[in-house]
Write a protein that binds this ligand. Structure first.
Ligand SMILES: Nc1ncnc2c1ncn2[C@@H]1O[C@H](COP(=O)(O)OP(=O)(O)OP(=O)(O)O)[C@@H](O)[C@H]1O
Ligand SMILES: [Mg+2]
Length: 448
């Protein structure tokens, strides 16, 4: 017996409701609910399954090491944890025009394995034009312009690629479902079918996903849970640098980043990114502070800039680029309460150079010192880097990987560092830099 029921699902977060809602109570987005029909099989008789089950004792399961193959692009391999894993599913998200299709086409050309690129957004001619611009002439790449899930699955089974790319999951639709492409149920069903194909055949699947206005991956959150790896393409349109960040990785460390530069001939790797985020002529302005952020397995030197100016209207502005705005408000509150620096009548602007985004606690102190530097119109000493987490009590907390950060700075010619006192003992004998260890924000503010 089949029973039909309708439900309403939020396209943004997957929240389900029995009636239509204008505003989603979960993610607070508007007009995102669409109706879906649920067909339920009525339970009959005894519950459970009487056939054989695939149950094993943990200690009896044979272990196997993860085999990988290179994407042909070292920076991409790095974010993947060492390369593509056969049978794994990767979700790649990013703003429109950031370079998702470009990087994957470049990778397929270098793969030296048969691959299938399914495009639902562009025509074959558009893909060909891009390939010509990128100088790609591989005979191992097959292109399919299709959006019907069943036809895509048939093409995958017919061409037997080692890796297939779906560009993008929002365009794929299963004609057996009533809803239109891009809805929660379509995305979920299509992703599930593609994932099952990858898992059962050992093919690697790379799925491109759109992002919402707020920058998070569009579609149901469940999509991120289903896949093995979630990669996010970052960078602002005005900047040539592009960063691929691993947000989730079942086969490697998450938060690893790969850095690229967008050029006419495609995305070029930046193997040593520390230098590129720094000011080229190495002059230091007031409001500028260099820090070493730790991304995945490496330290990257980054410049943070603050601009503090009087506010002539009611509410002062707090505007950030590459840094969390709420975190800035917290740091300003700490500066006011613990270091007695009042910025309530000042506009504060923060910028992280090179289109880089930092959200590591170790960047709290450099942000605070760049603000102080700008408000006092006084530059920090040349050749100095600043590292430290700032607690609500104004205390400076220790950070992980201090030696790796200092080593990277030393390599690039930095001579001194302001670091948390808690990290000081471990630096002894490990660095030639002049170290100033601080334990409170007040102490740090008074170092220059
Ligand atoms: N002729 C060109 N010369 C230089 N750069 C170009 C050229 N054509 C495109 N680009 C760059 O490539 C980018 C588009 O890359 P791509 O199509 O891979 O992005 P995408 O993330 O797949 O976008 P979408 O979400 O629209 O599919 C452009 O934003 C631009 O920076
Ligand atoms: Mg594209």
């Amino acid at each position: 017996m089949k029973k039909e029921k309708t439900k309403f699902v939020c396209a943004s977060c997957g929240y389900e409701s029995i009636r239509w809602l204008g505003k989603c109570p979960e993610c607070e987005s508007w007009n995102t609910f669409s109706e879906e029909v649920v067909v339920k099989q009525e339970a009959k008789g005894k519950q459970g399954y009487s056939g054989p089950l695939n149950i094993s004792k943990l200690h009896k399961i044979e272990s196997s090491s993860v085999s990988r193959f290179s994407s042909g692009i070292q920076e991409l391999d790095r974010t993947l944890g060492g390369g593509f894993v056969p049978g794994s599913v990767i979700l790649l998200g990013g703003e429109p025009g950031i370079g998702k299709s470009t990087i994957l086409l470049q990778s397929l050309a270098l793969l030296k394995k048969p691959s299938l690129y399914v495009t639902g957004e562009e025509s074959l001619q558009q893909i060909k034009m891009r390939a010509e611009r990128l100088g790609i002439a591989s005979d191992l790449i097959t292109i399919l312009a299709e959006t019907d899930l069943n036809k895509i699955l048939s093409a995958i089974n017919d061409t037997e690629p080692t890796l297939f790319v779906i560009d993008s999951i929002q365009t794929v639709h299963n004609p057996e479902l009533m809803s239109s492409p891009g809805t929660v149920s379509q995305i979920r069903e299509s992703a599930y079918a593609l994932m099952e194909n990858a898992k059962t055949t050992g093919r690697t699947a790379v799925i491109i996903g759109h992002v919402t206005k707020e920058g998070s991956l569009a579609g149901p959150k469940i999509l991120e849970h289903m896949v093995d790896t979630v990669l996010q393409f970052e960078g602002d349109g005005n900047n040539l640098f592009r960063i691929i960040r691993a947000i989730k990785n079942r086969f490697g460390s998450s938060n690893e980043i790969g850095v690229f530069e967008m050029q006419g001939s495609g995305l070029k790797e930046v193997p040593n990114p520390s230098g590129v985020f720094l000011n080229e002529d190495k002059t230091v302005n007031s409001g500028s502070c260099i820090t070493a952020v730790f991304e995945g397995t490496r330290a990257i030197l980054t410049e943070v800039q603050a601009l503090v100016v009087p506010s002539y209207f009611g509410n002062p502005s707090r505007i950030t680029s590459g840094f969390d705005q709420r975190k800035l408000s917290i740091l300003l509150a700490v500066l006011e309460k613990r270091a007695k620096i009042n910025l309530s009548n000042k506009n504060v602007f923060i910028n992280v150079s090179g289109g880089m985004r930092i959200d590591e606690p170790a960047s709290d102190l450099p942000i605070c010192l760049s603000i102080i530097s700008s408000s006092r119109e006084k530059t920090l000493p040349p050749g100095i880097i600043v590292i430290g987490e700032v607690g609500l009590g104004g205390e400076i907390r220790g950070v992980p990987q201090i030696i790796a950060r200092l080593k990277e700075a030393e390599k690039l010619g930095f001579i001194s560092a302001i670091i948390p006192k808690a990290n000081f003992p471990e630096t002894k004998g490990k660095t030639g830099m002049k170290i100033k260890a601080v334990s409170s924000i007040e102490e740090a503010v008074n170092t220059f």
